[in-house]
Design a protein around this ligand. Sequence first.
Ligand SMILES: Nc1nc2c(ncn2[C@@H]2O[C@H](COP(=O)(O)OP(=O)(O)OP(=O)(O)O)[C@@H](O)[C@H]2O)c(=O)[nH]1
Ligand SMILES: [Mg+2]
Length: 442
Amino acid sequence: MFEALTDKLQGVFRRLGSHGTINEQDLDEALREVRLALLEADVNFKVVREFVQGVKERALGAKVLSSLTPMQQIIDIVNQQLVEVLGGGQSRLEHAKSPPTVMMMVGLKGSGKTTTTAKLALHLRHQGDKPLMVAADPERVAAVEQLVALGKQLSIAVYAPSGKSRPADVCKAALKEAKSSGASTVLVDTVGYVQLDPEDLKELADLRKALEPTEVLLVADAMTGQEAVHAAEEFNRAVSLTGLILTKLDGDARGGAALSIRAVTGVPIKFVGTGEKADALEPFHPDRFASRILGMGDLLTLIEKAKAEMTDEDVESLSERMKKGTLTLEDFLAQYQRVRRMGPLSQLVGLVPGLSAIKNRLNVEDLDESYFARVEAIIYSMTLEERRNPDIIDGSRRRRIATGSGTTTADINRLLKQYKEAKRIMQQITTGRGAKISPLFR
Ligand SMILES: Nc1nc2c(ncn2[C@@H]2O[C@H](COP(=O)(O)OP(=O)(O)OP(=O)(O)O)[C@@H](O)[C@H]2O)c(=O)[nH]1
Ligand SMILES: [Mg+2]
């Protein structure tokens, strides 16, 4: 999720970065692109409008235009604004003064309520709680069975009604059971609605009254886009939500719903679900989430460093050759030397959005200083022709280069292999084909 948005925003920042100083027109242009990127990611239009306005106000207030480091400031402001849209600080689960704490899970059909109930119970147990899960969807035998199966699998107690009874009665009996068994939290899994009818919402509101829950958590499927946002508003009106849990963030939706839902409802996001397994639940931190969306590792530092090392022409012709797959060993050497001047490689790789994902394939760990020196020596021992067309480097050429550079033919083979791999990966990245690289959730 968010890959496209991350790419777009980084493109905006990169273009801004090439300006040096920024005038109001540049700022407006950049904000227009930010706006488009957010709309394309399916962020709610009202949220987009407020977001862009907020960024502009902050930018003018911070006197970005007269600043010597305008781009850094703008990235920083976009980041701050994003953190704010996502809720500011972390919002934790509340606990009742006297146990058990009741948490009611609500949501549309298939949003992930039952799975999330089990995930949350597991999370709470890790924190020392003694959870009891309640199947308050007695109409559907399969729904009860699903929760019972999850309880068995995770060794978490489940209260399941025998026969058909009203959800309110099930909950009453479950609370009694919780008290007698000493459960500290009661997690109530409710019916999933396909559509939100007034009667359904009334039923849910009645259940809320009967349960007096400390938390009413809406489980919302981030893959369903704006539909999830509208549903959240309706649920909130009917049962006053205390928190949101966004599920399926591991999916490939554009992510706009995940970004809009807090701003539209004002309800804090407490957790995100990132997979089908019971441990795929993460407490939500707006700041970490924002920097993941911006793909910032520390994008800024990298842009600055790279800019200092390369002219615009360098970048242009290099990326052109990367795209065409005609990167030569000379480019490879030049890149190595630039990277070497920029700092320790292992640190740099962490700065490049997406690169951390392919780190293992590049064997970055063994690229130490002495390796750099060897790469340099090897490439310097090659003829110009060999550097530009490494395919001609046969066995006898390899032996000659090894002798000339004081290395072994194994070193030459390794370098050529890495060069080929790098060339292939670069081409995949620059043309957006092949390996799908997500800066999120890796
Ligand atoms: N990839 C992924 N799948 C999820 C996540 N959360 C839930 N699912 C899947 O979504 C599907 C529906 O999940 P359930 O927990 O049964 O949803 P529900 O809201 O209880 O559904 P109803 O009870 O029918 O309303 C299941 O296949 C889950 O494995 C998540 O975070 N990531
Ligand atoms: Mg369910």
